[in-house]
Design a protein around this ligand. Structure first.
Ligand code: AHM
Ligand code: MG
Length: 336
């Protein structure tokens, strides 16, 4: 019986990644080891987020991050945990974190082949009110023996080998793609293991939800304005779409992957490049959405084909169900 098998034959994240790895006879298990260190970081952050109210971890750390925002203590802590976990894995080379202005170069004796770009705790404005937040990561691979440079990361998102996020919500969920399909794992707190709960995630072809910060509507461009107008006042007699916006990218994208629809952070007159960062927000999420059968578009091109010039570069983003993003593309052709 399938349900019995699920209960007794637990597919942990490590077991799943090892299974995938066995399809590539040349693989030496380095990605599995790296992912185990990322998972350790996620478990730590999950436990810190759950204890935040109790442990007085909430509050300003008195520092400002690269983008000039006030850092919460949890951001600082999460960043430190991830940097240590990634470095000590012995499998990483260059790291880029949202919280660090400069790239981090792993010392030679610990150096490996993988570069990791990550946002250790995204959606930090939601910490104080207990709304879902998350970690986002993307992984690149270098030639063996090479000391990486920043240029190794200023490449199109199509060259990522894996990407994922971990959502600290009503449960702790990690969604991962190592290049083939997309799978979701839920942390079983009693086991301390991520168990495969959402195998082979496929995003519905068409959705009924749009997700955007409408407070910025005054400054939107024409295609974005038209799309949202059509979502509310459909001309073809269909029902209006629902609006869902958490303001936490991981949660908004997670819902989009599971229920379908579109998530957007468009350009506007005040921020012509939108808000979200290419390397560790736009790329990993676009990678996952594409692998799940959806699309990711910047308003000008396929998001994964962007080539960033700076590690903290921003880009507008429209991602989600294939048909919904197709509509946005049409509007950019017409009005863009
Ligand atoms: P952060 O990296 O400072 O947490 O900001 C990123 C977050 C995303 O999670 C979310 O999609 C977006 O900012 C929401 O922005 P806004 O408040 O402008 O709608
Ligand atoms: Mg962020």
């Amino acid at each position: 019986h399938a349900a019995d098998a699920l209960r007794t034959d637990l597919m942990t994240l490590t077991r799943h990644v090892l299974n995938e790895q066995s399809k590539h006879p040349e693989a030496r298990g380095d990605l599995t080891i790296l992912l185990n260190h990322i998972v350790l970081g996620c478990k730590f952050v999950c436990s810190a987020v759950n204890k935040a109210g109790l442990a007085h971890l909430i509050g300003l750390a008195g520092e400002t991050n690269v983008q000039g925002e006030e850092q919460k203590k949890l951001d600082v802590l999460s960043n430190q945990v991830f940097v240590k976990a990634l470095t000590s894995s012995g499998r990483t080379n260059v790291l880029v974190s949202e919280e660090d202005e400069e790239a981090i170069f792993v010392p030679e004796k610990l150096r490996g082949r993988y570069c990791v770009v990550f946002d250790p705790l995204d959606g930090s404005s939601n910490i104080d009110c207990g709304v879902s937040i998350g970690t986002i990561f993307g992984i690149y691979m270098l030639e063996a023996g090479k000391a990486g440079t920043v240029d190794d990361l200023l490449k199109a998102g199509t060259s990522m080998v894996a990407a994922g996020y971990c959502m600290y919500g009503s449960s702790c969920t990690l969604v991962l793609s190592t290049g083939e399909d997309v799978n979701g794992f839920t942390l079983d707190p009693s086991l301390g293991e991520f168990i495969l709960t959402h195998p082979h995630i496929r995003i519905p072809e068409k959705g009924k939800i749009y997700s955007v910060n409408e407070g910025n509507a005054k400054n939107w461009d024409e295609p974005t304005t038209k799309f949202v107008e059509k979502a509310k006042f459909p001309e073809d007699g269909s029902s209006p779409r629902s609006l869902r916006y958490i303001g936490s990218m991981v949660a908004d994208v997670h819902r989009t992957l599971l229920y379908g629809g579109i998530f957007m952070y468009p350009a506007d007159k005040k921020s012509p490049n939108g808000k979200l960062r290419v390397l560790y927000e736009v790329f990993p999420m676009s990678f996952l959405v594409e692998k799940a059968g959806g699309q990711a578009f910047t308003g000008k091109q396929r998001a994964l084909e962007l080539v960033p010039k700076k590690i903290h570069e921003r880009s507008p983003i429209f991602l989600g169900s294939y048909d919904d993003v197709e509509e946005v593309k049409e509007l950019y052709k017409q009005y863009g």
